[in-house]
Design a protein around this ligand. Structure first.
Ligand code: UD1
Length: 421
């Protein structure tokens, strides 16, 4: 298995180009199942999760023409199967995003139950409730969700008890092809949900309330969507936030290119309260970190609040920030797997329930550590950048799921990082 070796202590400088957003690209790829025409996607991130979902589309009978590492044309005219098998779904939970579009277009589908993952239980009850409200009949059998709507889905009022990104996306895609009007109350407002709505609007679907918690969608009554192509995937706000943290932790000024500053406002605001300064222009952000970061407490919440996907990276910063930091994780019950690994590097972090208390330490020392999930892995990389000596990070397949060419981008900034095959 590949692992990374990082020699800590190098200063970073220069600029890094941010890739397309994995979490925006996944629902966009799923949404192509709502169409029977050619759809070209551009600015896809070259990461494993995207390849996994494209493979699933091909297994369903879709045609994927790969132009280069960042662009494909998909045609889903001749879908021959509506079953998302365990082999794929077990690799990536987000495969559940094909449920809504397949059911809406073909009146039936089967998706393997995603099960739990390293960061918690992650149920899909809200996805299923939304589809049931639209008239779907759902049964769970032999590890699969089997959904039927032989006469098509019907517009409905869907009230989410809890804000769910994937659940909102599934409901929006299903509603786009339903008969009649769907209103989603307490919808997620994440930029990835907004991009999904925008491509549907460009494809002729009437949607009101895009980017708000109440979205109204006029379904096409089963008519496939004629997307406006090419579709360009928005920049990855979590990758961007991670590189800002790389600048902050190594006290290095670096510039992010091809970024949407509005989408990373929560991270920028938090870094400002920790003493960092910024230059922000069009699609570039430059960070100027202080000599010593100041601690700032963090509570993760839904967009536009502080993202759970940045919690682990900011914990790495908290380790060397002046004072104590309290980090409260409100979205995922088990998203602190990185704590014990950070402590192996010399951090002083205590956990009680969903709150971590991080006490400042003077230095970290390189060690062997294990990546446990995608964002936890990037926290280990950040800590390793300032740890004395060498850190070996194992199980980096987690990183490969969501960070494009992490070691290439960090080396270009001056980090001493090496991948062992
Ligand atoms: C998405 C992101 C993930 C991010 C998360 C929260 C993708 C591919 N992944 O995940 O990176 O960390 O949003 O911003 O976009 N829940 C239920 N029942 C459901 C669905 C969710 O109880 O049916 C709960 C979850 O367990 C969690 C909370 O709702 O506690 C939010 O989860 P959700 O927004 O659905 O996360 P994902 O879409 O899976």
């Amino acid at each position: 298995m590949d692992y990374l070796t990082i020699e800590g202590g190098a200063k970073l400088s220069g600029s890094v180009t941010i890739s397309g957003s994995k979490n925006a690209a996944l629902p966009v790829i799923a949404a192509t199942l709502l169409s029977d025409k050619d759809i070209t996607l551009e600015n896809l991130p070259n990461v494993v999760d995207i390849k996994t979902l494209l493979k699933l589309v091909e297994m369903l009978g879709g045609k994927v023409n790969y132009h280069d590492n960042h662009s494909v044309t998909i045609n889903n005219r001749s879908i021959s199967s509506t079953k998302a098998v365990y082999e794929i779904v077990s690799q990536m939970r987000a495969s559940i995003l094909v449920l809504g579009p397949l059911l809406a277009r073909f009146g039936e589908c089967e998706v393997s139950l995603p099960g739990g993952c390293a960061i918690g239980q992650r149920p899909i009850d809200l996805h299923l409730k939304a589809l049931e409200a639209m008239g779907a009949v759902i049964e769970i059998k032999s590890g699969y969700v089997k959904a039927y709507a032989p006469d098509g889905l019907k517009g409905a009022k869907i009230v989410f008890d809890k804000i769910t990104v994937g659940g909102s996306e599934n409901a929006i895609m299903a509603a786009a092809l339903a008969h009649g009007t769907t209103t989603i109350i307490n919808a997620a407002k994440e930029p990835e949900v907004v991009q999904l709505c925008e491509i549907l609007v460009d494809g002729g679907v009437l949607i009101e309330g895009v980017g708000t918690s109440e979205i109204t969608i006029e379904g096409t009554g089963g008519k496939p969507i004629d997307f406006k192509t090419p579709i360009t995937i928005i920049p990855d706000r979590i990758e961007a936030g991670t590189y800002l943290c790389a600048g902050a932790i190594t006290k290095s000024s670096i510039t992010l290119k091809k970024v949407n500053a509005q989408h990373i406002k929560a991270s920028i605001d938090k870094l400002e309260s920790m003493g960092c300064q910024f230059d922000i222009s069009d699609d570039e952000v430059t960070i100027y970190p202080p000599e010593e970061l100041i601690s700032a407490n963090i509570t993760t919440t839904e967009y536009p609040g502080f993202p759970t996907d940045m919690q682990a990276q900011f914990m790495a910063l908290a380790i060397v920030s002046k004072g104590d930091t309290l980090i409260e994780e409100r979205l995922f019950e088990n998203r602190f797997m990185h704590v014990s690994e950070l402590n192996r590097l010399g951090a002083d972090i205590w956990l009680k329930g969903n709150i971590a208390a991080v006490h400042q330490v003077d230095e970290l020392n390189g060690a062997d550590v294990m990546a446990t999930d995608l964002r936890a892995s990037s926290a280990l990389v950040l800590a390793a950048l300032i740890a004395k000596g060498e850190t070996n990070i194992h199980r980096i397949y987690h990183l490969d799921r969501g960070y494009e060419n992490l070691e290439g981008k960090l080396s270009a900034l001056g980090a001493k990082i090496h991948r062992h095959k």
